[in-house]
Design a protein around this ligand. Structure first.
Ligand SMILES: NC(=O)c1ccc[n+]([C@@H]2O[C@H](COP(=O)([O-])OP(=O)(O)OC[C@H]3O[C@@H](n4cnc5c(N)ncnc54)[C@H](O)[C@@H]3O)[C@@H](O)[C@H]2O)c1
Length: 257
């Protein structure tokens, strides 16, 4: 049964062509939201559009927009497109992200900079562009952190650094805009089936001893599904989450309990 708790809300979802972002766009449309689904991957967005419009209820609908969140102009025109389409903006789910793994002493500066540019700077740019509109609507922000934001995960230094910074950035937003109010929270998934996890690989020369460290990342209850995260994003963007701000909700099947 549909909750329809996001009827008449306009929401942007980045990273919406795949995995958690796609599941989020679909979930929000099913709860009545008008969703601008954004990503660099046009093909995946087409799939999102079809699924979201199929399940949309309570005035929910979906349009798509191709953009690279690490580019200032793209971030600005993503927000403009949503506001032009529906006249307002009530929420943003910054889900887009990338992961490259490897030993830290072998990480190139280019690779480090690219991960920070997409995950961290992209999240900042989208928030900066969205905030004037969210201040008008008293809206909400949800950023994609990770369990690596606050627990050491080997072989993903740039990724973990970006996710730790997203969490501290989000706390700053929560405090800075709490009097408006604009709420700002993070979701912190553990291991979830998605594009990121199907492409991740650990160093080839990993020793037997080191392989035990993988347990720090993998949930004892197995991988989660993108929908397990999407449902929490929907809660945080809706009035059911109206007293939650500055929070980082771990969705990791108990890995870090
Ligand atoms: N899957 C997990 O286990 C897991 C765990 C913790 C955190 N996360 C976070 O969840 C978020 C979603 O990842 P996912 O697991 O669904 O992976 P995914 O690869 O399926 O989705 C990531 C999406 O981001 C898009 N993207 C990448 N760079 C972009 C850019 N510059 N501009 C716009 N879009 C871009 C990709 O095209 C893709 O559609 C990421 O921020 C990721 O770090 C995932």
């Amino acid at each position: 049964m549909s909750l329809e708790r996001l009827s008449d809300r306009v929401v942007i979802v980045t990273g919406a062509a795949s995995g958690i972002g796609q599941a989020t766009a679909v979930r929000l449309a099913s709860e009545g939201a008008k969703v601008l689904a954004s990503d660099i991957n046009q093909e995946g967005l087409t799939e999102t559009l079809e699924t979201a419009n199929e399940v949309a209820e309570g005035g929910g609908e979906c349009i798509t927009h191709v953009a690279d969140i690490s580019r200032e102009a793209d971030a600005a025109n993503t927000v403009e497109t949503a506001v032009e389409a529906w006249g307002r903006l009530d929420g943003i789910a910054n889900i887009a992200g990338m992961l490259r793994s490897g030993r830290t002493h072998e990480c190139s500066l280019d690779s480090w900079n690219q991960i920070l540019a997409v995950n961290l700077t992209g999240t900042f740019l989208m928030c900066r562009e969205a905030l004037p509109h969210l201040m008008e609507s008293k809206g909400a922000i949800v950023n994609a952190a990770s369990t690596s934001s606050s627990f050491g995960h080997p072989w993903m230094a740039a990724y973990a650094a970006s996710k730790g910074a997203i969490w501290s950035f989000t706390q700053t937003l929560a405090v800075e805009y709490c009097k408006v109010p604009v709420r700002a929270n993070c979701v912190a998934p553990g291991s979830v089936h998605s594009g990121i996890t199907s492409n991740v690989s650990f160093p080839d020369d990993i020793t037997k001893d080191e392989s035990k460290l993988v347990r720090r990342i993998m949930s004892p209850t197995g991988f989660g599904d993108p929908q397990d995260v999407a449902s929490v994003v929907a809660l945080l963007l809706s009035d059911d989450g109206k007293h939650i701000t500055g929070e980082c909700i771990r969705i990791d099947g108990g890995t870090h309990a």
